[in-house]
Design a protein around this ligand. Structure first.
Ligand code: GDP
Length: 320
């Protein structure tokens, strides 16, 4: 049986990845740091998964777990995922996202050296490494110039994947643009909006406070990005890939589509713009060019912007 190890397994992408790998007959191990709701949900959906207590920032623990599990595929999805929070916790963000990736790459490389069996790593990189890009769409050659502590931590990890690749590790970094699903936490604007639309439609909420409505993001369907990571780690050659739909929409577009789908005629009556929610260093537009992933991995996004919005609103209407 083939064995995979996943950091961030209790997150949105970790859950979809665990389902895919378990479905393919893999033994899946994951790193978790505290018992919580997300962990219970993961174990309900995929009881086959084996969890190991540990923190991504604890390199020696990570190395010990990898020695025990001896995976052939490692997916690094863990870390601090909130760009906004990274301004409040820059040191923690650097430690977990930056040093955590360093510890994982080193542990993977050392495991491969000691046992002589190939270990492959797929790292979830982020469009935030490009900061406020001067060109749109961005691709694998766009200059890396982050504007936030989150982006800087992901940029360090991104560069390190290349360093270890040159050292002889099969390591791929997938530059993931925003990818959403009904499993997104409310800290992300999409889920905040779809949950509010469902609650407002049911008379359970009066207002929705948002930050910058003009920010444009390239929103895709999360399981597609997990599929991209799997294709990248199993390709003949270790490369970096942008995974994106190539189409951007504004936060305003997202609100309008979600409220309309929830049956609310005039969204403007319910939405308030709150200055405190506007972010420092927020890119005007992030839009990715996934030509390389298309050509080399045969990857294409399966869902449109409307599909993503409708699926999320439908799930929240059912929940509320
Ligand atoms: P991110 O791109 O990974 O940080 O994903 P988010 O969903 O958190 O943010 C996407 C965009 O929505 C960013 O440009 C935010 O500035 C913008 N945005 C506007 N209002 C809000 C809000 O109330 N919450 C969040 N999370 N983002 C907001």
């Amino acid at each position: 049986m083939q064995t995979a190890f996943v950091t961030g397994i209790t997150g949105q992408d970790g859950g979809y990845l665990a389902e895919r790998l378990v479905g393919e007959g893999w033994q899946v191990h994951g790193l978790v740091h505290s018992p919580d709701h997300a962990r219970a949900e993961l174990m309900e959906r995929t009881p086959e998964v084996v969890l190991h207590e540990g923190d991504l920032g604890d390199a020696s623990r990570l190395s010990a777990v990898l020695d025990e599990v001896r995976p052939s595929e490692i997916y690094n999805l863990g870390g601090i995922s909130s760009v906004a929070l990274s301004w409040q916790a820059p040191v923690l963000t650097a430690a977990v996202n930056g040093l955590g990736a360093a510890g994982l790459l080193e542990a993977a490389w050392s495991l491969q050296e000691r046992h002589g069996a190939q270990v492959r790593v797929a790292h979830a990189s982020s469009a935030e490494i490009f900061g406020a890009p001067a060109v749109s769409p961005q691709d694998e050659n766009t200059p890396i110039r982050p504007h936030t502590p989150y982006g800087a931590s992901k940029a360090f990890a991104h560069h390190l994947v290349d360093v270890y690749r040159r050292r002889g590790l099969f390591a791929t970094a997938c530059i993931l643009y925003n990818h959403e699903s009904p499993r997104r936490p409310e800290t992300f604007v999409t889920r905040k909006i779809t949950l509010a639309a469902a609650r407002i439609a049911h008379g359970a909420q009066q207002t929705l406070a948002l930050g910058n409505l003009d920010a444009r993001r390239d929103w895709g369907w999360a399981p597609d990005y997990v599929d991209g990571l799997i294709r990248a780690i199993r390709h003949d050659e270790a490369q970096d890939y942008v995974l994106a739909t190539g189409i951007s929409h504004s936060v305003r577009d997202f609100v309008e589509a979600a409220f309309t789908h929830a049956g609310i005629a005039d969204w403007t009556q319910w939405v308030e713009v709150e200055a405190a929610l506007t972010r420092l260093g927020d890119a005007v537009e992030q839009r990715g060019d996934a030509t390389r992933a298309g050509a080399m991995l045969g990857w294409t996004p399966s869902a449109s912007f409307e599909d993503v919005v409708h699926r999320m609103v439908d799930a929240d209407l059912a929940r509320v």
